[in-house]
Design a protein around this ligand. Structure first.
Ligand code: COI
Length: 356
């Protein structure tokens, strides 16, 4: 990749905060690297992108996205390869997904160079912010907000595309306990379930708050018609190992996020000869499998969470305990395989690695 294909104005910070980055104290989403990229869309076109010191934004309180939620985002990760060079995992797939979200939310599509070269330039400048311990990465958060100063409801005409980056440790430090949600709904066909619209996460806060009070970590959403078929977890796609097959909800009705990690996992499993079924899967099927001792492993996938094992699945009074994670063959193999590819320790046979 050429890091100079896109004309980006660069203003570097004179007060780097890199000394605040401590390798043994890296959490998720708490620290931000020195710079950010900002590009403005106005009068029907994108204007020159700038990389500037990470700072607050100054916006009118009447800015549209604050009121009506015309806001979308992505999550991408950069790693250091064994030679210490920055590499980014599948950024083009995130770019494509961002534009699918943009179209549905009546926002302008982001040109490929702006998204990809923007990430590359930013990572190049802030390469020292990429941690290199196992399980760490530089989380890249591209996002777009509608910035018209107007309180009437109409699709905006002005937007900001911004990329910030954040050194990240594991999102979940232990297997997650899941509560199967059959009161609230995340997505219906025709809705925005397939997008990374801010509203998909905003609407999950109350149901998540409720289940946290009950001692669970995350929600597994079910369909809104019958609350019968599982969809995805609040922060991740979901996979179940039942017998010798791996089953994950399909993308057909546009109610589920098309996860980049989801796709990577399906690809790796199929290449290893493991059967992966993308289809409707009911909570009843999962319960029956659990009772028969056939629910062997279950995990979530996402850029932030990577591959996160599930410890328990609770549906009404039925608490399904998964076997100890150390015994899981498929998930543990996947975690290692994916980590080896992401950290550049294994040949990239899929074209997933983007060298900066
Ligand atoms: C990601 O996995 O990158 C996400 O955006 C999920 C978010 C809830 C942290």
């Amino acid at each position: 990749m050429s890091v100079s294909a896109l004309d980006i104005r660069v203003q570097k910070t004179e007060n780097s905060r890199i000394s605040e980055l401590h390798p043994d104290n890296i959490h998720f989403g708490k620290q931000y690297s020195d710079h950010m990229l900002v590009a403005r869309y106005e009068d029907g076109e994108w204007h020159q992108a700038e990389i500037v010191p990470f700072d607050n934004l100054s916006l009118s309180p009447a800015t549209t996205f604050m009121h009506y939620g015309q806001a979308i985002f992505e999550g991408v990760k950069a790693y250091k390869d064994p030679q210490g060079n920055p590499i980014v995992f599948r950024p083009r797939d995130n770019w494509k997904r961002m534009n699918r979200s943009a179209v549905r939310m009546a926002m302008p599509e982001v040109p490929e160079e702006l998204f990809i070269d923007g990430i590359a330039r930013l990572i190049d400048i802030d390469r020292d912010w990429i941690p290199d311990q196992d399980g760490t990465s530089l989380y890249i958060r591209p996002f777009m907000i509608a910035t018209d100063e107007f309180i009437g409801v109409r699709p905006a005409e002005k937007f900001l595309f911004i990329i910030i980056t954040s050194p990240a440790g594991p999102y979940y430090s232990k297997p997650v306990s899941i509560y199967v949600q059959d009161e609230f709904v995340r997505a219906f066909p025709g809705g925005i379930g397939f997008t990374k619209a801010a509203g998909n996460y905003g609407m999950s806060m109350y149901p998540t708050q409720q289940i946290r009070k009950m001692g669970y970590d995350q929600i597994l959403w079910t369909d809104g018609f019958e609350h019968k078929y599982v969809q995805e977890i609040g922060t991740m796609n979901v996979f179940f190992v039942i017998g010798d097959k791996v089953i994950t909800p399909d993308l057909k009705q546009d109610v589920i996020l098309e996860g980049v990690t989801r796709d990577s996992v399906i690809t790796l499993l199929r290449e290893k000869g493991i059967i992966v079924e993308e289809r409707l899967i009911s909570i009843e099927e999962i319960e029956v499998a659990a009772k028969a001792g056939q629910l062997k492993e279950a995990f979530g996938t996402g850029t932030a969470a990577s591959i996160a094992p599930i410890s328990t699945l609770t549906y009404h009074d039925d608490k399904m305990e998964l076997p100890p994670v150390e015994q899981w063959e498929i998930t543990n193999w996947l975690k290692e395989e994916l980590a080896n590819i992401r950290y550049g320790r294994k040949a990239d046979t899929h074209g997933w690695i983007y060298k900066v």
